[in-house]
Design a protein around this ligand. Sequence first.
Ligand code: ZN
Length: 290
Amino acid sequence: MKLPGPFEISAVVESVGPFRAPDFILPDATPEAFAQTKTSKDVRFVDIAGNRLIMSFHSLIVRTKRNVILVDTCVGNDKHRPMLPEWHMRNGPYLEELAKAGCPAESITHVLCTHLHADHVGWNTRLINGRWVPTFPNAKYIMHRTEVEHWQEIQKDPEKAPNHRSWIDSVQPVLDAKQAVIVDSDYEIEPGVRLMPAPGHSPGNIVLVLDDGKDKAYLVGDTIHHPVQIERPQWSSRFCWDADMSRTTRTKFVETVADTGAWVIPAHFAAPNAVQIITDKDGFHFKTLK
Ligand SMILES: [Zn+2]
């Protein structure tokens, strides 16, 4: 699906639908607190009867004149994730969808994971003859130094089986293939396409900032999980590494971007995927193209 914003942005969806209850994903979203938000009545983002947040798992493709950048790579096929049935041993048509969007795997020049959680690194690799190999043979995989160092250290303790063991099948093979480029927060892929640090959800969580001189977009990953967090930026997710830091980062971001006309495109917002943050008499809210 084509999205608004600078350059050419589109979404390739791996899965979308009702996921978990609001207060499971966002512990502060108690039934009473959630019911007071406008978003709780928005059927695009909430399965009201089922009391579930609707969440999309998608990659974003950014096409500039020079590059084809794939942002976040979902859960992936054949990944052993027994703790989470929806993610376990998937067999979906993601690569076909990518090709249909005009971006076969060979055409991707850069893969950028906003952070290294299992639902953002899955398609980094695919299983070929029993081996995990990089899915995108011609891509540089951009990874933030702090994030790599964090997960590299944690995964050393196999007892903890951190992050669904996704380091082993989805990150290490990219490092072994020498396709990873480990960068700091000031990295620029090309003029108008740069990183911005957004720590909290994970230690090295980053946002991709796109600015073609006319339009601006922020591809924020899980800095904002669900649209209700625009109304309630103080609500961090259950999956945040440091809930307080995440709250601070998100609140500052929402304040900075509100009423600027910039597009905000997170990793899990259901269609239409992109929003503009606005302020009204009650505080922060969002609008979409449709
Ligand atoms: Zn995620």
